[in-house]
Design a protein around this ligand. Structure first.
Ligand code: PGA
Length: 249
C-alpha cells in the first residue's frame, strides 16, 4: 500500500535560529499515524535539523544534491555527504532547479542514479509550464520528463521513488490546480508507471501534488484517489499551516 506523504520544501528560507524555531513549533503538534511527514531545510541547516527532530516523527530531507560522488564541484553537495548527516531522502528536479539552474532531464537522470547508488529516496518532481497547459501539451511534457529523467531505473529501485507533480504555473502563485486537474494528471502518471513498469509498482508509488497547497484547499486535493499527499512550499513555513495540511487526509 502506498504511503500518504506531506513534505515541506523550505527553499532558501530560514537561517539557523529560524530553522530551530520552526522545528520547535512543529514539535508541539502530534503527527498522525496515517501520514509520513518530511521537511527540507537548506543544506547548511540539515545536520542541526536532523539532530533536533531525532525523537520526533518527521524526516529531514534535502532539497537537491549533486550527481557526482565527490571532487572539484565548488559549492555542491554529494549523496554521501547528505547520508553522513542523517539524510536519506532528497528532492530531485524541482522546477526552480530546472528553470533557474538549468537542470535538464539528462542531469536529473544522473542525480536519481546517484541517489539510488547511495540507497537514498528521491522525491522526483515534474510538471508543465503555463504555455504547455494552454496549448494542451501538458501530458506530453510530463511524459517526456518522466521518460527521460526517471524511467530508466529498475523495477526494484522504484521503492525508493516518490513522485511529485508540480505544475509550474501553480508554484508560489496562489493559483492551484483544481482537484480535477490534479487527479487527471496523477491518474495519467500512474498509468505511465503501469505501462513502463508493472501495475503493482504503479499502485505502490506515492504521487504528491505541489503548487499553492494551503490548509484551505488541502482536503479536497488529497481526497482524490491518485493524490497521495503534497509537496508544500510557502505554507510549510508556518507550523500551524503545515500541520493543518498534514491533518487533511
Ligand atoms: P508553493 O511551492 O506551495 O509555495 O506553491 C510548492 C513547491 O515549490 O514545492
Amino acid at each position: 500500500m502506498r504511503r500518504n506523504i506531506v513534505a515541506g520544501n523550505w527553499k532558501m528560507n530560514n537561517d539557523l535560529p529560524q530553522t530551530e524555531a520552526l522545528l520547535q513549533d512543529l514539535k508541539k503538534h502530534v503527527v498522525p499515524d496515517n501520514v509520513s511527514v518530511m521537511v527540507a531545510p537548506t543544506f547548511v541547516n540539515l545536520y542541526h535539523a536532523f539532530e533536533s527532530v531525532r525523537e520526533y516523527s518527521v524526516e529531514v530531507i534535502a532539497q537537491d544534491m549533486h550527481q557526482a560522488k565527490s571532487g572539484a564541484f565548488t559549492g555542491e553537495v554529494s549523496a554521501a555527504m547528505l547520508k553522513s548527516v542523517g539524510v536519506k531522502t532528497t528532492i530531485i528536479g524541482h522546477s526552480e532547479r530546472r528553470a533557474m539552474f538549468w537542470e535538464t532531464n539528462e542531469i536529473l537522470a544522473l542525480k536519481v542514479n546517484a541517489a539510488l547508488e547511495n540507497d537514498m529516496t528521491s522525491v522526483f518532481c515534474f510538471g508543465e509550464e503555463l504555455e504547455d497547459r494552454k496549448s494542451g501539451n501538458h501530458f506530453n511534457i510530463v511524459k517526456e520528463q518522466l521518460e527521460e529523467g526517471l524511467f530508466h531505473v529498475k523495477n526494484d529501485d522504484f521503492k525508493n521513488i516518490i513522485l511529485a507533480y508540480e505544475p509550474v504555473w501553480a508554484i508560489g502563485t496562489g493559483e492551484t490546480a483544481s482537484p480535477e486537474q490534479a487527479q487527471e494528471m496523477h491518474k495519467y502518471v500512474r498509468g505511465l508507471v503501469t505501462d513502463a513498469y508493472t501495475n503493482e509498482i504503479a499502485e505502490n508509488v506515492s504521487i504528491l501534488y505541489g503548487g499553492s497547497v494551503k490548509p484551505a484547499n488541502a482536503k479536497e486535493i488529497f481526497a482524490n484517489p491518485d493524490v497521495d499527499g503534497g509537496l508544500i512550499g510557502g505554507a510549510a513555513l508556518k507550523a500551524e499551516d503545515f500541520m493543518a495540511i498534514v491533518n487533511s487526509f
